[in-house]
Structures are given as C-alpha cells and as structure tokens.
Ligand binder design. Sequence first.
Ligand code: 6PG
Length: 241
Amino acid sequence: MELKIYKDKQEVAHKFSAYFAELAKGKSSFHVALSGGSTPKVIFDILAENFADKIDWANIHFYWGDERCVPPTDDQSNYNMTVEHLFSKVEIPEGNIHRVLGENDPISEAMRYANLLEINLDRVEGVPQFDLVILGMGDDGHTASIFPHEIELWHAEDHCVVATHPDSGQKRVSINGKVINTAKEVAFLVTGPSKAEKVQAILEKVKGFDAYPAALVNPKSGKLLWFMDADAASLVATNSA
Ligand code: 6PG
C-alpha cells in the first residue's frame, strides 16, 4: 500500500493525472473502472485540461465501479458527471465508453454488466481483471456502492450486485469485492476533512475498521495507492509526499 498525500485537491488531481497517464502509456488497451460522486470532478477536469495530449485515448476503455440506477442524463448519474468533466473535453471513441445502463432494471443490468466485464476483460480465476480500479470512499467508509449496512455484498459471487443507498434508498449497480481485489492496480481518490476519521480508522486498523467496505480493499497484486489531500489524511501518522 502506498500513501500519496498532497497539499490540496488540485495537487491530488495533478499527481493522479500524471500517474494515470504513465500507467496507461504504451498499452494497446487499458481497461479502467471509474469512481463517481463529487471527488472525481476536479480530477477529470485537470486530466482533460492538462493531460489530454499525453494520453492515447483510443486505447483506453472506460467502465464504472458503480453507477446510480438513474437515466444517463440525470444529475445523479456518474456517467453524466464524467461526460461533463472529461468526455466532453477529450476525443474518446464511443465504443470505448461502457456505461452501466442506469435507466434499466437494476437486477437485469447488474447481470448484463457482469457479462460485459467477463467478455471485455481478461479473467483471473474467472474474475474479470481491470488494469485500474479508481475508488472513492464515503464518509461512512463505503466504497464503490458497497455500503456498511449491506457489507455482505462485498463477498457476493456475482461480479456485479444491486446495492441500496442507506439514506435515499436509491438503487445502484456496483462491482463486488472480488472484482476490485482482482484489479492489477487500485487507486483511492479521497479528499476533504469529512473523510479523515475513516481514513485513520482504516489505515491504522482502529477497532471495528473492518466494518467499513473501504477497509476490505486489498488487491491480490499488492498495488494499492491512496491519493489524498492533507485534510483527508490529517489524522494519519505519516510524512506527506
Ligand atoms: C458514488 C461513488 C461513491 C463515492 C463516494 C465518495 O457513486 O457516489 O462511486 O463510492 O466514491 O461516495 O463520494 P464523494 O467523492 O462525493 O465524497
């Protein structure tokens, strides 16, 4: 595990973008699962505005680690957010964007997406393997859309599951723990003071830490990076990058 702590969101965005460009460089096909929510917005903005000519977008295939079960034009849609902050700014072949069809029935869409991953990605012991999974972490310690109140979904046999947001009841399609931990690399993007308590709990294995799905991220490849700003890492005893 590697902690990469920077002074603020903008620096996290620049450093992550450089990491992403380097990781994807020279790969004829690079399969990445994106995270959603609000953290990625500034990351995607900076990736698009500062690294567009450093990346061969035609070789990158975009998926989502989780998506809200809403239409693609909905403000809640992670796909819609990604269009606004990234896809509307760089030339990406339509065929390289593999969105979760949030407008469809959640259960059938989870099955469809799982099959799509099995077809498009290499498999390790039957589990689809991403080159990179990008994850956020909620204030409650959830990641992708595996929430503490239904942490059993982390261990689901199905590669994609239907989750329920604990407050809004919103349905979501999410990849499961096996898909996340089979990835060649996993990068957390966690910023802001509201994450500090859970970051400390997870990184310092504070009693009860394993009740948080984000604590279960442990890729078999061993390549796990936490990109954080100083606010999110403020309670973690370490030197900043
Ligand atoms: C989503 C995300 C989710 C997100 C965390 C952090 O669909 O909301 O994939 O896992 O990464 O909730 O969200 P913020 O970046 O908005 O804090």
